[in-house]
Ligand binder design. Structure first.
Ligand SMILES: Cc1ncc(Cn2nnc(CCOP(=O)(O)OP(=O)(O)O)c2C)c(N)n1
Ligand SMILES: [Mg+2]
Length: 561
């Protein structure tokens, strides 16, 4: 078998740890798809559409560290760019690969299908550059290795998506073989002088403080510093709080854990922990309009040691030239114990058990889902009241929460958890998704049926866009109601003569008792997804959503300066 451009790409993706890639066929990428299959290093997984394909890759990257999606030119790639925007916002190295016009057509004056009908096909590269850290167009085999390596190396180093387009007549062209993967995985060497200066300044700052608290931010995972953060917390012996979008990035079973900080809608008592500190170490936070509750609150200023990806700012000075994980490890070596912030014990808020025969409530649903979450569970929280329900849960050691609070594309969670479940089939996958969000990407549940992934989906049917209603109500927040559980009959059709791909289960829950029964059935359904449609009253949502919605609405309606 001749080694081709497509094989080179497959070899590199396999070398960086991908066991799957996601794809939607199109005539510009069929030969490339053949090459990827022929290489044999990864399983090719298919999605219903390219938006879902890009989100499935994003979900895979959350668990696996990187991912790849293969689509066709323009009609596929432009849809997938939405998922790249999400991967960029959430710091995930997703490699989008688009089939592209025959290399002989460039400059030919030919008008081609699946384009906007002009004779210049470069517009896609121009568009994608805004949502990637690297983008290359491959129109010849001899330049392919350098371009493929550049795109993958940059994505891994910067933890951002990247893009390749491969001309449809080049994918099967003969190509040289790649060398060791180490050349893609290396990082720039730290500037020791700057690192030492940052360390000395930070130690002097902390030495003067009594009440030290750590605040974990949402970029910490992409800085690959979760373990280093636990070591710092252990050495300091101080309180540790997490921002909502960093839920589960620090174990809630750790003795130092003190809850979720979210300004005025923080977990009970956490705002005091932060406000009473005379030194806060913020680790990779994102201070946006949502996390500051409409620009009302952020943790910044002279009492803060700001540790960001690639930069430290403290006592009026700023330092760069090293990675966050290098700085945290070095700080842990030298810092002394500061246990004062741990004097107050922490008791997580437990939701009361409701009367099982009464209509299901948001609190009872959240309580039962929380009880389902164990140390082997990945819990997805879709945009909506699900964010607030996940935030108020108390997690056992090992549990993971996935959310998308920066990009916030409703519907993201359905394809993303599909990709995540493929990356980690040994974990239990649980999804909380609202009816409004679900309607954008519902069809990807059919792929969970096809690949027999036992994802447990809590479809929260509160008859509309409740998060939007709480921000600003209007007729546009009310949607057509579906029989969501009945979709499983639609998706279970399978293929005549093929035994697999028919085991989706759809259930309704209108009381606590029905929900408990449905959860027991879901746990036993190991050959396919179980969708439990939880019917809630439209006014039944978390108090935090109501408060937060008011503040965000106020921020949105600021008068022009
Ligand atoms: C792609 C996309 N389009 C529109 C929006 C705006 N948006 N944000 N949240 C929503 C409604 C979410 O409704 P549900 O999923 O039902 O959630 P809840 O009812 O709040 O539990 C919208 C319409 C969005 N966030 N993403
Ligand atoms: Mg809803």
């Amino acid at each position: 078998m001749a080694f081709t451009v497509g094989h080179y790409l497959a070899e590199r993706l396999t070398q960086i740890g991908l066991k799957h890639h996601f794809a939607v066929a199109g005539d510009y990428n069929l030969i490339l798809l053949d090459q990827l299959i022929e290489h044999g290093g990864m399983k090719q997984i298919y999605d219903c559409n390219e938006l879902n394909c890009s989100f499935a890759a994003e979900g895979y990257a959350r668990e696996n560290g990187a991912a790849a999606a293969v689509v066709t030119f323009s009609v596929g790639a432009i849809s997938a760019m939405n998922g790249l925007g999400g991967a960029y916002a959430e710091n995930l190295p997703v490699i989008l690969i688009s089939g592209a016009p025959n290399s002989n057509d460039h400059g030919s004056g030919h008008v081609l299908h699946h384009t906007i009908g002009t004779t210049d096909y470069n517009y896609q590269m121009e568009m994608v550059k805004h949502v990637t850290c690297a983008a290359e167009s491959i129109t010849s085999a001899d330049t392919a290795p350098a371009k493929i390596d550049h795109v993958i190396r940059t994505a891994l180093r910067e933890k951002k998506p990247a893009y390749l387009e491969i001309a449809c007549n080049v994918a099967s062209q003969p190509c040289v073989r790649p060398g060791p993967v180490s050349s893609l995985l290396s990082h720039l060497k730290a500037d020791e002088v700057s690192l030492k200066a940052a360390l000395e300044e930070s130690l002097a700052f902390l030495e003067k403080a009594q009440n030290v608290v750590i605040l974990v931010g949402s970029k910490l995972r992409s800085c690959e510093a979760l373990t280093e953060t636990v070591a710092l917390a252990d050495k300091l012996g101080c309180a540790v709080t997490v921002m909502a979008a960093a839920k589960s990035f620090f174990s809630e079973a750790h003795p130092g854990f003190r809850g979720v900080y979210w300004g005025e809608v923080s977990s009970p008592g956490v705002e005091d922990v932060i406000k009473s500190a005379d030194a806060v170490i913020t680790l990779a936070p994102v201070w946006n309009d949502y996390s500051t509750v409409g620009w009302r609150d952020s943790v910044r200023g002279e009492h803060v040691l700001e540790v960001d990806p690639g930069r430290v700012t403290v006592s009026g000075k700023t330092f760069e030239g090293f990675r966050l994980k290098e700085f945290v490890a070095a700080l842990t070596e030298r810092v002394s114990s500061k246990p004062a912030s741990l004097v107050k014990p922490y008791t997580p808020v437990a939701l009361p058990v409701a009367d099982a025969a009464k209509p299901l409530t948001n609190d009872e649903m959240t309580r039962q889902i929380n009880a389902l979450v164990d140390g082997n569970t990945t819990l997805y929280a879709e945009t909506g009241d699900s964010w607030f329900n996940a935030t108020r849960m108390h997690l056992p050691e090992g549990a993971k929460v996935e959310s998308e609070m920066q990009w916030g594309h409703i519907g993201w969670s359905v394809p993303s958890i599909f990709g995540n479940a493929l990356a980690a089939p040994e974990r239990q996958h649980v999804l909380m998704v609202g009816d409004g969000s679900f309607q954008l990407t519902a069809q990807e549940v059919a792929q969970m049926v096809r690949y027999e992934l036992p994802v447990i989906i809590f479809l929260i049917n509160n008859f509309g866009y409740v998060i939007e209603i709480k921000i600003h109500d209007g007729p546009y927040n009310y949607i057509q109601n579906w029989d969501y559980a009945a979709l499983m009959q639609v998706f279970n059709q399978g293929v005549p003569g093929v035994e697999s791909g028919k085991y989706g289960l759809g259930l309704h829950a209108t009381t606590g008792e029905e929900l408990a029964d449905a959860i027991e059935k879901a746990k036993k359904n190991t050959r396919g997804p179980t969708l439990i449609e939880c019917k809630l009253d439209q006014t039944d949502c978390t108090e935090t959503l109501v408060q937060w919605g008011k503040f965000v609405a106020a921020a949105n309606s600021r008068k022009p300066a």
